[in-house]
Design a protein around this ligand. Structure first.
Ligand SMILES: [Zn+2]
Length: 84
């Protein structure tokens, strides 16, 4: 395994990444990520959180769809029907 970042010459970097990181010292391996980063505030913009909420929203939409099919609630009029 090597760093693999694109160098200025256009080739993948051949250096080994830092321990526990994906990139070498020169290509972001020294950067602090997530909670360790000084600008980290609440994590609501992290990829992890976005993935979780996206799944949650899909689940809510599915439940709504089921309730509409069962006639328990009225369908909402939406400008754009995103899923169902
Ligand atoms: Zn590198």
């Amino acid at each position: 395994m090597n760093c693999g970042a694109r160098t200025r010459a256009g080739n993948p970097c051949q250096k080994p990444p830092l321990q526990g990181k994906a990139r070498c010292r020169l290509h972001g391996g020294l950067s602090l990520v997530g909670k360790d980063h000084p600008n980290y505030k609440h994590g609501h913009c992290t990829l992890e959180y976005r993935k979780q909420t996206a799944d949650g929203n899909a689940y809510v939409k599915y439940l709504e769809y089921l309730l509409i099919q069962l006639g328990m609630i009225e369908p909402k009029r939406r400008k754009r029907n995103t899923m169902f």
